[in-house]
Design a protein around this ligand. Structure first.
Ligand code: B4P
Length: 217
């Protein structure tokens, strides 16, 4: 029996191919990770632009709520100014709504999220439910004194209450070690942990990170 392929079949196959390529199923997703002041926000803006990634920063989202004077912002403001983490469910909800409204991007760049193992489990589930995964965790390595120096310098320009007080900076670093750093082991076990030297010029660090992103997209 001769096999004939109709033009409509070809169009259908081409459509499926285009749909899979242009949809979330083919997105490549990165965590940019590191202690406060390690340069996550600085590098994320540049990387998102270069690689057409959707940059999702929970810190920026929370600060936007505070600036807009929303009820949520008012409740979160005192937690953030002490250098503590806001409740997991608040940030998980913020991220979930952004994931579903994103289209036409190479992938997601999660900046400052997740910050607890519970947030990591929730993110994995959100992505798995949409046939995606965390493809790589890029961890910026920066020593304690350099972190403090950067945040004190940023306080001059940003006016951020969590940068102004040295004891709040120390608390943020302690909270990172206690609640956020355990995510590294979680991701190491999944084979997606990638340490990156976070000391040097912004452009040098950008080149180091770009090299790992290029390998995956
Ligand atoms: P974030 O907004 O995530 O801020 P961050 O950790 O302080 O800063 P980042 O690492 O992005 O540093 P940046 O590039 O700006 O969090 C703020 C707060 O929000 C948290 O403490 C928490 O309360 C809350 N929050 C956010 N997400 C949460 C979550 N998922 N769960 C619970 N709570 C959450 O760099 C810092 C400074 O260094 C800048 O001034 C920059 O110019 C400078 N710099 C950067 N790279 C440099 C380099 N190579 N050399 C010299 N200086 C450099």
């Amino acid at each position: 029996m001769a096999l004939t392929i109709a033009a409509s079949d070809v169009i259908c196959v081409q459509y499926i191919h285009w749909y899979v390529k242009s949809n979330i199923f083919s997105m490549v997703n990165f965590l940019i990770f590191g202690p406060p002041g390690s340069g996550k926000g600085t590098q994320s803006v540049k990387l998102a632009e270069k690689f057409n990634l959707s940059h999702l920063s929970t810190g920026d989202m929370l600060r936007a709520e505070i600036a807009a004077g929303t009820e949520l912002g008012k409740r979160m403001s005192s937690i953030m100014s002490k250098g503590e983490l806001v409740p997991d469910e608040v940030v998980i909800e913020m991220i979930a709504s952004r994931i579903d409204s994103t289209r036409d991007r190479t992938g997601f760049l999660f900046d400052g999220f997740p910050r607890t193992v519970a947030q990591t489990v929730a993110l994995e589930k959100m992505l798995n439910d949409r046939k995606m995964k965390i493809d790589s965790m890029l961890v910026l390595d920066v020593d304690h004194d350099e972190l403090v120096k950067r945040l004190v310098a940023r306080a001059e320009l940003s006016g951020r209450p969590d940068d102004k007080d040295p004891s709040v900076i120390e608390n943020r670093i302690d909270v990172y070690k206690e609640k956020t750093e355990p995510i590294i082991n979680y991701c190491r076990e999944r084979g997606i942990y990638q340490p990156v030297n976070g000391v040097g010029s912004i452009d040098d660090i950008f080149r180091r990170l770009s090299k790992y992103i290029k390998k995956l997209i």
